[in-house]
Design a protein around this ligand. Structure first.
Ligand SMILES: CC(C)NC(=O)[C@H](Cc1c[nH]c2ccccc12)NC(=O)[C@H](CCCC/N=C(/NCCC(=O)O)S[C@H]1O[C@H](COP(=O)(O)OP(=O)(O)OC[C@H]2O[C@@H](n3cnc4c(N)ncnc43)[C@H](O)[C@@H]2O)[C@@H](O)[C@H]1O)NC(=O)OCc1ccccc1
Length: 222
């Protein structure tokens, strides 16, 4: 069976990584538009680097949880395409290979001048030169709001060919990811969501499994 899985911040919540929608809509005390847009980086690269340096440091303190590991097991027995909106590396550290990071990765740096990519140092600064072209245009290799997500061709292909689509720990507020379930459902592909509560696009899911991912995902995989 070919399974396409989309994950969001909820799958990493029990590992200790904050999800996006804190009560006051702030993202780790920052307005999203102040830290996750190309305009924000243009305006104040120091603030944006500090924000991602803080998240990179936090990532080094946490571990994958049973939900991450269960998806690695699922790939052993099924043709799994694992698509994540998360920029953390907990899927890989949980044993998954070939993870599609549609919104980029905290552990990678990108040169805005020449497009070169390299492993991100723990602390990045605007003046860091690109190891390839030497330009001081280093940014986190993250897809910001208003930017085109990565690997969209591969993702649409996987959604076309899937026999089952599952969304785990995502609120369904950010597009194009929030449109994947509708895309699959319209092709008659059964869709299931695993979450603490129904997501914003709950109508697209024929089945819902409610509970913490570290419990529901291993049970769903078993
Ligand atoms: C806010 C929203 C309305 N805005 C958008 O969607 C925008 C604009 C837009 C495009 N199309 C539209 C259509 C309609 C309306 C708006 C738009 N989209 C974009 O800008 C996208 C790019 C969006 C990507 C932005 N980057 C991110 N991340 C990287 C940054 C970073 O991480 O620093 S998005 C970021 O927010 C999203 C957060 O959502 P979730 O992961 O779901 O997290 P959230 O906290 O919301 O929810 C957590 C869920 O988990 C559950 N949960 C919690 N704990 C647990 C638990 N323990 N167990 C189980 N579940 C749990 C909760 O119940 C909850 O449901 C993720 O996608 C995440 O990656 N780009 C683009 O459209 O480009 C165009 C384009 C076209 C052509 C050419 C050029 C450009």
């Amino acid at each position: 069976m070919r399974i396409a899985v989309l994950t969001g911040a909820g799958i990493s919540a029990e590992s200790g990584l904050a999800t996006f929608r804190a009560a006051d809509g702030l993202w780790e005390n920052h307005r999203v538009e102040d830290v996750a847009t190309p305009e924000a980086f243009e305006r104040d690269p120091d603030l944006v680097h500090r924000f991602y340096n803080q998240r990179r440091a936090r990532l080094a303190e946490v571990q994958p949880n049973p939900a991450h590991r269960a998806l690695a097991d699922l790939a052993q027995s099924h043709d799994l395409t694992l698509i994540t909106q998360n920029v953390d590396n907990l899927h890989e550290r949980g044993g998954s290979a070939d993870v599609i990071h549609m919104h980029g990765e905290l552990t990678r740096a990108l040169c805005a001048a020449c497009g070169h990519r390299w492993p991100a140092p723990l602390v990045m600064q605007p003046a860091d030169p690109c190891p390839s072209c030497g330009a001081a245009a280093t940014r986190p290799d993250i897809v910001w709001f208003g930017e085109m997500p990565y690997h969209m061709e591969r993702i649409w292909q996987a959604l076309e060919e899937a026999d089952l689509f599952a969304a785990i720990g995502t609120s369904g507020n950010v597009y194009p990811a929030a449109g994947f379930a509708q895309h699959a459902a319209r092709r008659g592909i059964p869709c299931v969501e695993l979450n603490l509560a129904a997501s914003a696009n709950a109508r697209d899911f024929a089945k819902r499994i409610i509970g913490p991912a570290s419990e529901t995902v291993p049970n769903w995989v078993a």
